[in-house]
Ligand binder design. Structure first.
Ligand SMILES: C[S@@+](CC[C@H](N)C(=O)[O-])C[C@H]1O[C@@H](n2cnc3c(N)ncnc32)[C@H](O)[C@@H]1O
Length: 297
């Protein structure tokens, strides 16, 4: 039987935490292994809490009370506490591959279902705001991901996203360095081969009818980080920067005409059965999407 010390990490930022299985880079099972790390202020997903706060600043106000905001790969619902004030009228709908994350999102008030970002279980043009926070860098088919984000958006709807750039700087900072730091991503959570160039992202989204209106980098506040480390702050501010060579965020708008895959207006139904913006567990298409999830490796 393993000793108590063998069941705990003995080195690095996880020192003293329960050990988790060593998995391949970007294996989605890691989110179930780390299910207890989403909400604690100093948990392994602490930086996702910081990013959720920065993401919320880009969200538009709801066009009408109860309008659906679709949080693609919602995780445990970290965006939820930010949907207050001018954002309070959104109906927060989420989809995620991880059963444990979906359960936590629901417990925090998100209408969440299991599903695959590469086959969103929602009807065409059914949501006026789509959020894709820290998911594109986990998917192995960026074109399909962009097509799906665009497909479910209503004409004139808003896309808000953040992701990691496919640069040497990002690979060194986010993988080699930050995985070893408190507040950095958990070890092996990213596969740098999937990081996303902002130019390519803008081009693919435009092809599917979503045009970026804002693109900017983000970095943690150097004043806040040591205070967070010392336990004097719950959260580190993510500040805008001009450089998009590491973490970056973007906002875009779906064109008001319908678009085909090449960005031209026109097009038709995809032919797949879809559900509306209020997901139900037992409808066709949601959990089949999970079973087919080839999006994450
Ligand atoms: C880095 S977390 C981001 C979670 C959330 N957006 C946030 O910022 O707090 C990535 C999330 O993507 C989910 N995920 C990974 N691959 C997915 C896929 N193909 N479809 C849907 N969700 C996926 C994981 O389960 C995890 O919850």
């Amino acid at each position: 039987m393993p000793s108590q010390t063998a069941e705990r990490q003995t080195r690095g930022p996880d020192r003293g935490r329960a050990a988790v299985p060593r998995r391949d880079r970007n294996d989605p099972a890691q989110y179930d292994d780390l299910a207890d790390e989403w909400w604690p202020t100093h948990g392994r997903f602490a930086a996702l809490r910081w990013l959720a706060a920065a993401r919320a600043t880009l969200l538009p106000s709801p066009p009408a009370p109860g309008a659906p905001l679709l949080d693609v790969a919602c995780g445990a619902g970290l965006l939820r506490p930010h949907l207050t004030g001018r954002l309070a009228g959104w109906r927060h709908v989420g989809v995620d591959l991880s059963a444990s994350a979906v359960a936590q999102a629901r417990a925090h008030g998100v209408t969440a279902v299991r599903g695959d970002a590469l086959r969103l279980p929602f009807r065409d043009a059914s949501v006026s705001c789509v959020v894709a926070g820290e998911i594109l860098e986990h998917l192995d088919d960026l074109d399909t991901a962009c097509a799906e984000l665009a497909r479910v958006l209503t004409p004139g709807g808003t896309l808000v996203l953040d992701t990691l750039a496919d640069t040497l700087l990002c690979r060194v900072v986010l993988v080699r360095i930050a995985e070893r730091l408190p507040g950095g991503p958990p070890p092996r959570i990213h596969d740098p081969k999937l990081f996303v160039g902002p130019g390519r992202l803008a081009e693919l989204l435009a092809r599917h009818g979503v045009h970026l209106t804002l693109l900017r980098g983000l970095r943690p506040s150097l004043l806040d980080y040591p205070r967070w480390l010392a336990g004097r702050l719950d959260q580190v501010r993510m500040l805008p920067t001009r450089s998009t060579s590491c973490v970056y965020q973007a906002r875009g708008e779906k064109t008001r005409g319908r678009t085909t895959g090449d960005g031209e207006t026109g097009g038709g139904e995809t032919g797949q059965e879809r559900v509306g913006a209020v997901p139900e567990d037992r409808r066709a298409g949601a959990d089949e999407g999970v079973a087919r999830a080839g999006g994450s490796r």
